[in-house]
Design a protein around this ligand. Structure first.
Ligand code: SF4
Ligand code: SF4
Length: 107
């Protein structure tokens, strides 16, 4: 006997989220890598702030202050897009942002 395929009307309901709740979920606990800010090397161009997909770069008065670790997922886009990092060819002590193993901060 041939199996009848399920029609879309028979599919179970999926979960849904209310709108505007993204800040309530601390998605930062997924992170395996953490951005570390090196203020002394930063020129505050704000490219990292523009590029961060999780709006997790904290800026005050036009200057980078650090990261919102409750929501930063550790994608590393900020570090790879930082013009200082590129200029110094990711040489750690000259970078404005370095990525570190999240486990180092959980001890
Ligand atoms: S992209 Fe780099 S230099 Fe520019 S504000 Fe961010 S950390 Fe600073
Ligand atoms: S690691 Fe990704 S999510 Fe975290 S601050 Fe950088 S760009 Fe934003």
């Amino acid at each position: 006997m041939e199996n009848k395929k399920m029609g879309w009307k028979e599919l179970p309901d999926a979960d849904s989220m209310s709108a505007g709740t993204s800040t309530e979920f601390k998605t930062g606990d997924w992170r395996s890598q953490r951005p570390v800010f090196h203020k002394e090397n930063c020129i505050h161009c704000l490219r990292c702030w523009v590029m961060c997909p999780d709006v997790s770069i904290i800026v005050k008065d036009g200057k980078v202050m650090g990261y919102d670790y409750d929501h930063c997922k550790g994608c590393g886009i900020c570090a790879s897009e930082c013009p200082i990092n590129k200029k110094v060819e990711f040489e750690k002590d000259k970078c404005a942002i370095t990525m570190a193993d999240e486990k180092e901060f959980q001890k």
